[in-house]
Design a protein around this ligand. Sequence first.
Ligand code: SAM
Length: 197
Amino acid sequence: MADTGEAELHAHYQLGKERDRLAQGGGLIEYLRTREIVLRDLPVPPSVVADIGGGPGRYALWLAELGYIVEHRDLIPLHVQQLAEQANDRIRTAVCDARDLDLADASVDAVLLLGPLYHLRRRADRISAIAEARRIVRPGGLVFAAAISRWAPRLDGILKHRIYLRYPEIGPLCDAVERTGELPAVTPGGFAGFEAP
Ligand SMILES: C[S@@+](CC[C@H](N)C(=O)[O-])C[C@H]1O[C@@H](n2cnc3c(N)ncnc32)[C@H](O)[C@@H]1O
C-alpha cells in the first residue's frame, strides 16, 4: 500500500511542540498575519466557522473570543485534548479526518483549512480534503486554505535558520524538495510536508 505519510505526521505532532508554535518569533508573525487575512473576509459573528486541522486551537480560541461558533477538528488526539482543556461553550472539538468530516452539508459559514493540505502526501487525499471543505460550507461561504511552498526549506531552513550548520546534508535535500515538492522528516519526529500542486 502507498505510504500516506500518516505515521510521520503522528510522530511529529506527538512531540507536543505545536501547542506553543504560534506564540513567538516567526510563528507569532504567521498567527497575526493569518488573523488579518481571515478577518478581512469572514462574515460577522455569531456565524459558524469550521477550523479543520486546527491543531491545539489557537485560531479556534481567538474566533470564539470574537463571538464565532467554532467547529474544530484535528487528526491528532493530543491537539483536541489541548484545546478541550481551554475551550468554552462556543467551541466544539473532536478528532476527525479532513478527508471525511463529521459535519453536515452546508452547515458552516466559513472553513479554515490551515494544516491538512501540506501534510497529505497523495493528490487524491488533498482533493478529498478540499471537497469536504466545499461540502460543509454554505453556498457562497469561503474556504481559507494554507499550503507550504517547496521553496520553504531553502528560504526558512537555510537562509533564516542556517540549519546546514547542524545538517550538512540539507543542501542536496533542498534540491530534491524543489524538484519533487516532497519534504521528508530529516530527524525522528521532524516535520514532513508536501506541496499541493
Ligand atoms: C502545522 S499544524 C497547523 C495548525 C493550525 N491550523 C495552524 O495553522 O496553526 C497542522 C495541523 O493539521 C492537522 N492535520 C494534518 N492532516 C490532517 C487531516 N487529514 N485531518 C485533520 N487534521 C489534519 C495536524 O494534526 C496539525 O494539527
